[in-house]
Design a protein around this ligand. Structure first.
Ligand code: TXA
Ligand code: MG
Length: 318
């Protein structure tokens, strides 16, 4: 299959409405969209990504009012989060309407919904005028794509179209927040921090391992975010320290200057910049044939919690 590369939103929307798979930019990472109201279109997403069937998809909408096209009800706290953070990197898990194909929700009676904060994504969703199921546009298990080129490298020839836009601003995926119980629970840390959520609903909590976490958040069961190189935590470094073993064939990403001897270095100003660069850096190191990527440790705050979560999973210590 030839994958259409386009900057034309209307052209991309036509492909989407016709049942095709269209990758598109969002503020978090690029998504791989298909109309959520057609089971066959959604099946094509699982096939292209080789995604396990037990991992549900997030439905993307162009406006807060469109949430009721897929959600059965809107709990009061969900409405408060929407007012505060939509459009933005926050996915709300809500009771699903009966007419949402269960391939979207991986058989669950809940559906994840978000309104992305990106002009091209919003224009595409508006023009298509259908709810759009979209996971990150990478092959399953790989780092999420933060550029259209990364989408092409993973899925070129396997999907109908890519809407080309700029690199993603946040660089990590949305926060997934379960709003179906009495107390809202963060299932996946992401672009909106726990502190920010607690400023709206103070009792918001993080899912814990003993909570049946794997059952509530199926995505966390599978290996994730792995480039074709070993990812390791290092540091934090102080001036004059010797480099860890493996550094001549490794890349380094971190806030402090690393010891000499790394093949490639990505210095970032803060945790937000670290988040924005991480997945791109993974792919760069891989393309250069480096065998390891070293990520500098840090004391997380804000987006840093999501960043640490992604690095932990890439390292393979969950
Ligand atoms: O920022 C993002 O969220 C990006 C962009 C494209 O919007 N999308 C994304 O999708 O990261 P994906 O499929 O890579 O991750 C979706 C996560 C998975 O961990 C999945 O298990 C969880 O959301 N999820 C989706 N629907 C759910 C539901 N009904 N209940 C619990 N978890 C759900
Ligand atoms: Mg993903």
């Amino acid at each position: 299959m030839k994958t259409l590369l386009t900057r034309d939103v209307s052209e991309a929307a036509r492909v989407l409405v016709g049942g095709g798979r269209v990758a598109f930019p969002t503020e978090t990472v690029y998504g791989l969209g298909a109309r959520a109201d057609r089971a066959e279109a959604v099946a094509g997403i699982f096939e292209a990504k080789q995604r396990p069937a037990d991992n549900p998809l997030i439905v993307h909408v162009a406006a807060p009012s469109a949430v009721l096209r897929v959600a059965e009800a809107l709990p009061d706290h969900a409405r408060r989060y929407m007012d505060a953070f939509w459009p933005g990197p926050l996915t709300l898990v809500l009771p699903a309407r009966d007419d949402v194909p269960r391939i979207v929700t991986a058989g669950l009676d809940t559906v994840g919904v978000r309104m992305p904060d990106h002009p091209l994504a919003l224009a595409l969703l508006k023009e298509a005028d259908v709810p759009v199921a979209a996971p990150s546009a990478n092959r399953s298990g790989r780092p999420s794509p933060t550029s259209w080129e990364a989408v092409r490298d993973d899925l070129g020839g396997r999907i109908e179209a890519i809407l080309q836009g700029p690199p993603a601003r946040v660089g990590l995926e949305s926060t997934v927040l379960d709003c179906t119980g009495a107390v809202p629970v963060v299932l996946r840390p992401g672009g909106v921090s726990l502190e920010a959520l607690r400023s709206i609903v103070p009792e918001t909590c993080l899912v814990t391992a003993g909570d049946g976490a794997a059952a509530r958040s199926p995505g966390t069961r599978h290996p994730h975010y792995r480039p074709d190189a070993i990812v390791r935590w290092v540091g934090p470094f102080q001036a004059g320290e010797p480099a860890p073993s493996g550094s001549p064939s490794a890349g380094y990403i971190g806030i402090h200057p690393p010891p000499e001897g790394y093949a490639r270095v990505c210095r970032v100003a803060d945790q937000a910049a670290y988040a924005a660069e991480l997945f791109h850096f993974f792919r760069q190191c891989e393309a250069e044939g480096l065998t390891e990527v070293h990520c500098e440790r840090f004391a997380p705050d804000g987006i840093g919690h999501a960043l640490a979560d992604r690095i932990r999973r890439a390292v393979g210590v969950d």
